[in-house]
Write a protein that binds this ligand. Structure first.
Ligand code: ADP
Ligand code: MG
Ligand code: ZN
Length: 483
């Protein structure tokens, strides 16, 4: 047997930090970073006798996440204590939701390409629950110690649990990417993988093609990049296929992914819910939502990718190009803002998808902190459309804007790129060039059109900044024909 004799079955538990200002049960800052252990208080560091108070905004954000992923919202949800002893969790329990989570039964459509073929599918979401994040352990192997940073303790987190609906690494990777985009649009998470604000537990099992039941799964904890998610699944499929081929059995266990080696390793046998001795937290009020709360929250959801895509296609932008814009929230926001300054969607899309995306891909622009403004981009594109600068010069001007910002008109002026469209001057120069190049002109008139380029070059040299190549060409042709 080989890998192709099995069907992979994949389910994900995606953890995403919510973008609230403060933590979920205290007023400490929830922002990423900060000097170690400076964003903690008696509540989030679990001192006896302290009482947690729910951050309403965290609940609202979890509900928005639910709506973004097509879930039903539970009007009544209950906080539970998930008990475990580990130094990243000073209380020795995590406040979470087990039986009555905040969102249920969602669905996320995904689209991807596999072997050059376009595919689409809907992945079901089992539920989303709200919980607090744990702290971070820093392992200092040199000195043989582990240090604790509790700044992350109590940062609100949603855990999005999918049904085991995915059948390939590509589907899983696409789902995480799609969910990250939806949460970004909903404005509830920035989903920055490198800051750990979105990570996934990856569940993988294999079943034989003729099997009617799922096989035993392994759960790989805390995988923190799209690439690692893909590689984890690829590796697990191979590992489990080898075991099954030998007639062995996959053990239900928790594993971790070693990105350096590209392998997963056993950590511990899989724990069950009862191992955590969950019980309802007696210190926190249950969440009771009214219909009007839900309606208000739903109405406050901003424009989502699907709506923006439809809008852009309505502008006459081809689907493929519109998707490039929509698939990066910051780019779509940039485009939206540009439109308020210069209402020419097609031109803006051409420039953004061409020049701006190219420089982002080259790593020359950090789209989270661009040095240019949308207003300046819009102005540059308009200048290029109205022949105030040539298309090529527009790219040059943008190179400077991408590096250090600045007004495109000022940059154009400073570099002699601003075209003033002085037709009088154009005609004057053409006269001159014709007078000075009698031989070439005669050649042209006798049918040798190749010399046109030479004459054009003579004019352009003199006319830099006075007219576009198009105007010069038209005027020169007109003049030559009239001779
Ligand atoms: P637990 O909370 O113990 O991890 P759940 O039943 O809640 O278990 O499932 C967790 C995740 O594992 C879900 O995303 C689910 O889709 C996935 N899953 C469940 N069974 C399988 C299986 N046989 N193969 C792959 N994934 C699975
Ligand atoms: Mg799990
Ligand atoms: Zn605190």
């Amino acid at each position: 047997m080989s890998v192709s004799d099995y069907i992979p079955v994949i389910g994900l538990e995606i953890h995403s930090e919510l973008l609230t200002n403060s933590k979920v049960f205290c007023t400490c800052s929830a922002e990423f970073g900060g000097e170690k252990n400076t964003r903690c208080c008696p509540v989030c560091s679990g001192m006896p006798g302290t009482l947690p108070i729910i951050n309403q905004r965290a609940v609202e954000y979890a509900i928005k996440a639910g709506y973004a992923l097509g879930c039903e919202i539970n009007k009544f949800s209950v906080w539970d204590r998930k008990n475990y002893f580990y130094p990243d969790l000073p209380k020795a329990y995590q406040i979470s939701e087990l039986n009555l989570p905040i969102c249920l039964a969602g669905a996320v459509p995904i689209e991807y390409e596999e072997n050059g073929e376009k595919k689409s599918k809907t992945i079901r979401i089992n539920h989303i629950h709200l919980e607090e994040d744990a702290g971070k352990l820093i392992h200092d192997d040199l000195n043989g110690v582990s240090l604790c940073d509790y700044n992350r303790c109590g940062v609100p987190l949603v855990e999005i649990v999918t049904e085991p609906d995915m059948r390939s690494p590509e589907e899983a990777r696409t789902l995480v990417e799609t969910i990250a985009l939806l949460l970004q649009y909903a404005g509830v998470s920035d989903c920055k993988m490198e800051e750990g604000s979105i990570r996934a537990d990856v569940n993988v099992s294999l079943m034989r093609k003729d099997a009617t039941e799922f096989g035993t799964r392994a759960e790989i904890k805390n995988v923190n990049s799209l690439k690692s998610i893909y590689r984890t699944i690829e590796y697990e499929i191979k590992r489990q296929a080898q075991i099954l081929d030998r007639g062995g059995e996959v053990i239900q266990e928790t594993r971790r992914f070693d990105a350096n080696k590209g392998e997963t390793k056993a950590m511990r046998s899989k724990e069950d819910a009862h191992d955590y001795k969950y019980f309802p937290d007696p210190d926190i009020k249950q969440v009771n939502l009214r219909d009007e709360d839900l309606e208000r929250i739903k109405a406050s959801l901003p424009e989502m990718p699907k709506q923006r895509l439809a809008k852009y296609m309505g502008f006459g932008i081809p689907e493929k190009e519109a998707k490039v814009i929509v698939n990066t929230k910051k780019i779509s926001d940039l485009f939206e803002e540009c439109l308020t300054h210069y209402n020419n969607p097609k031109s803006l899309v051409n420039f953004i998808n061409g020049e701006i995306m190219r420089r982002i891909n080259l790593g020359e622009i950090d789209i989270d902190k661009p040095s240019f403004t949308a207003a300046d981009v819009a102005k540059l594109v308009e200048m290029s459309d109205t022949d105030k600068v040539t298309k090529n010069d527009a790219k040059e001007i943008f190179r400077e804007m991408a590096e250090k910002g600045g007004d495109p008109e000022a940059i154009a002026k400073a570099n002699g790129m601003l075209i003033v469209s002085d037709t009088g001057r154009v005609l004057e120069v053409i006269e001159q060039v014709i007078a000075n190049n009698e031989k070439a002109v005669n050649q042209y008139k006798s049918g040798d059109v190749k010399v046109f380029g030479f004459l054009m070059g003579q004019c352009s040299k003199e006319l830099r900044g006075a007219a576009t190549p198009k105007v010069i060409k038209e005027e020169l042709e007109k003049k030559l024909r009239s001779l």
